[in-house]
Design a binder for this molecule. Structure first.
Ligand code: MSP
Length: 647
């Protein structure tokens, strides 16, 4: 199978923002996923260089237009490379191959009888590169609500495209191909737009920057192709149109065009399909519009000036705040953008939310899980994987359903839904580790069960690596390396298989995938100075929210041999197994008076071994400083179920 996915080609008057990055990352995820399926993928992106804006921007910089566009195209290339965008083709519309394609396409339009010579009289917005009708322009300003800049009066001979002919055929196509336009609610906007009646579109203008109309079209002297018609044809150019017949047959029609809603209704969902119908070419299979990334509720764009979130400074912040590598920050940004907002919706861009996801989803759910499992394989099996075991019923079906959910999500372009399903699987794996409690199996000498638990969790992580790999390619590589899979050829089908990790294989070096911000800062400062500084220091609500405080009930309590201040408790905090923890409360509570008591537990405290007992949490208590007998447990004022969150 082949798979051809495109992003919009971006105007070179702008530097890349997180908004541009979003479309490009989404397309990259599709491309990577299809490569894993074994498809022959063509992933094309590029820059839109023939607009009027370019001449002005180049003049402002004192450059000739071609030098200016080449520099800007390089900027975009570098940006995408740094974000692990695996494009196969980067098109600049000033390239020869594109000029050839656009001219051939205009000839085809002319042959079809859909291009006619008329007089253009009306308004043109240079900023939007769009012509507007008389009745749409009030007080000389662009009617696009996001623009509103002054429009220019134009009156000149021009070629028009008989767009008005295509309303019925477009509506029919949309109706007969339910998956053609996504999301569904935007499809309705397109239908409404077409039903209001289509006006013919001016396809040329007079300029000396742009692609000249071919001389085979009469009276075309001095005319260049309207930049939008030129830009849309890029999707054909990248597929080999018009000269590489074999490539074109292979890749056209495109499988997915990705973009935001700004260029969906008028251009990609109606004008473009009509142009293709006119020349008799098949239509793209899917045209998909996502929402806007906003800042303070307004679309992120160049006009936001210094406050505009851009990918590189965002990566800098992630690295500074967490101490992670840049590759990891790239993965975190990619994950965050696709997970945070359902694909069709707008979303507010927030560094806080990004760091929150970093800590919770990536640090806790994924990174810690890997770390725990590898540490146990290190400790109990000298760093070698146990022999493969049969599919574990607690994990294998969960892996298969996550893979299937991801597959449907890729069809529906539901990135956040797909990731949610993968994280539901990770939650299963985390739960499995807690339930199996390999540390207890080890203590009880249940070697076979321990082998099974360790192998199964490692195998689940191998699957998780493949599942997350389209979104987080670096992380997937590193998980595989830590599992000892070097030179592993990843394929999608492996996400549903079991037992692929080789038994006896040596695991790689365990390194924190997503280092915790607090830990890094702690390492930087000498221990005592830090403790002093942190006491009384302000913490943010975000810091506080990191605490997983839960209501628990003491199940058993006993003294700890050789320690008169300590008690060993088991506390039910709503998990399958009660937690074991050690509390320094023996001078104020006798074990028997604790059983049944409701307490508050810090559930996400790193486990520690205290006097030979592994303590997996802490109970909250107050005291009068220096008086151990005054220690008083914090207990809920009214009845709350075990496991209830305390916030
Ligand atoms: N050159 C045209 C596209 C021609 S495609 C044949 C163009 N360029 S653009 O530089 O303005 O890019 C618009 C696209 O950039 C949007 O459709 C979207 O893909 C992406 N985005 C730019 N800012 C964005 C947000 N703030 N939020 C989401 N996507 C954004 O239009």
């Amino acid at each position: 199978m082949k798979f051809y996915v495109t992003t919009p080609i971006y105007y070179v008057n702008d530097v890349p923002t997180v908004g541009h990055a979003y479309s490009t990352i989404a397309a990259d995820v599709l491309a990577r996923y299809h490569r894993l399926l074994g498809d022959e993928v063509l992933f094309a992106t590029g820059t839109d260089e023939n607009g009027l804006k370019v001449v002005r921007a180049a003049a402002d910089r004192g450059l000739d237009p071609q030098t200016h566009v080449n520099q800007m195209a390089d900027l975009f290339r570098r940006e995408w490379q740094s974000l692990a965008i695996s494009y196969d083709d980067f098109i600049q519309t000033t390239e020869k191959r594109h000029r050839r394609a656009v001219q051939a396409f205009m000839e085809a339009l002319h042959r079809s009888g859909d291009l006619y010579l008329g007089e253009y009289e009306g308004w043109y917005c240079v900023s939007c590169e769009t012509y507007f009708r008389e009745q749409d322009v009030a007080d000389g300003r662009c009617p696009n609500p996001e623009c509103g800049k002054p429009v220019e009066r134009l009156s000149e001979p021009a070629y028009f495209f008989r767009f008005s002919r295509y309303g019925e055929r477009l509506l029919k196509h949309i109706e007969e191909h339910p998956g053609f336009l996504l999301p569904e609610f935007r499809k309705n906007e397109v239908v409404a737009f077409i039903e209001r009646g289509l006006n013919d579109v001016c396809m040329t203008r007079h300029s000396d920057w742009g692609i000249p109309l071919p001389s085979s079209i009469p009276d075309s002297e001095g005319m260049v192709v309207y930049v939008w018609a030129d830009a849309l044809v890029n999707y054909l150019t990248c597929a080999g149109y018009p000269d590489d017949e074999e490539r074109f047959q292979r890749f056209w029609p495109a499988d997915v065009h990705v973009m935001a809603k700004d260029i969906f209704v008028r251009f990609h969902a109606s004008l473009w399909p009509a142009m293709l119908m006119s020349v008799g070419l098949p239509l793209p299979k899917k045209v998909v519009a996502h929402g806007y990334w906003t800042l303070g509720g307004k679309k992120i764009s160049k006009s936001r000036g210094a406050h505009m979130p851009r990918p590189q400074p965002t990566l800098d912040v992630i690295v500074q705040e967490t101490g992670c590598t840049r590759a990891r920050a790239v993965d975190a940004l990619r994950y965050h953008m696709l997970r945070e907002v359902p694909f069709g919706q707008d979303g507010e861009f927030s560094g806080e939310a990004l760091l929150g996801r970093y800590a919770d989803d990536l640090g806790n759910d994924l990174g810690n899980l890997l770390h725990r499992v590898l540490a146990m394989i290190g400790r109990y099996r000298e760093g070698r994987l146990p022999a493969p075991c049969p599919p574990d019923p607690a994990l294998h079906p969960a892996a298969v359903s996550a893979a299937e959910a991801w597959e449907s999500a890729m069809e529906a372009l539901d990135f956040s839904g797909g990731l949610k399903a993968v994280w539901a699987f990770l939650a299963e794996v985390n739960r499995y580790v807690d339930q199996q409690a390999p540390w207890s199996l080890a203590k009880r000498g249940e070697e076979e069960a321990l082998d099974r638990a360790l192998y199964s969790t490692a195998e689940a992580l191998r699957i998780a690596a493949a599942l997350v790999s389209p979104v987080m390619p670096h992380t997937a590589d590193d998980i595989e390396a830590q599992l000892g899979l070097r030179g592993w050829k990843r394929e999608w089908s492996q996400t549903k298989e079991w037992g692929l990790l080789p038994g006896g294989g040596a695991i790689g070096k365990a390194e924190a995938l997503f280092p915790r911000p607090d830990r890094r800062k702690a390492q930087a400062a000498p221990e005592q100075a830090r403790a002093k500084k942190e006491q009384g220091a302000m913490i943010s609500i975000k810091d506080f929210q990191k605490l997983d405080l839960r209501v628990g009930q003491v199940v058993t309590a006993e003294a700890v041999a050789g320690a008169d201040k300590l008690l060993k408790l088991t506390v039910d905090i709503g998990e399958e197994q009660p937690r074991t923890l050690v509390a320094g409360i023996a001078l104020s509570y006798r074990p028997e008076e604790l059983v049944g008591k409701k307490v508050v537990v810090v559930a996400n405290l790193e486990p520690a071994v205290i006097r030979g007992v592994r303590s997996e949490g802490m109970v909250l208590a107050g005291w009068v400083k220096g008086d151990d007998k005054s220690i008083t447990l914090v207990t809920p004022d009214r009845e709350l179920p075990n496991g209830a969150k305390v916030t």
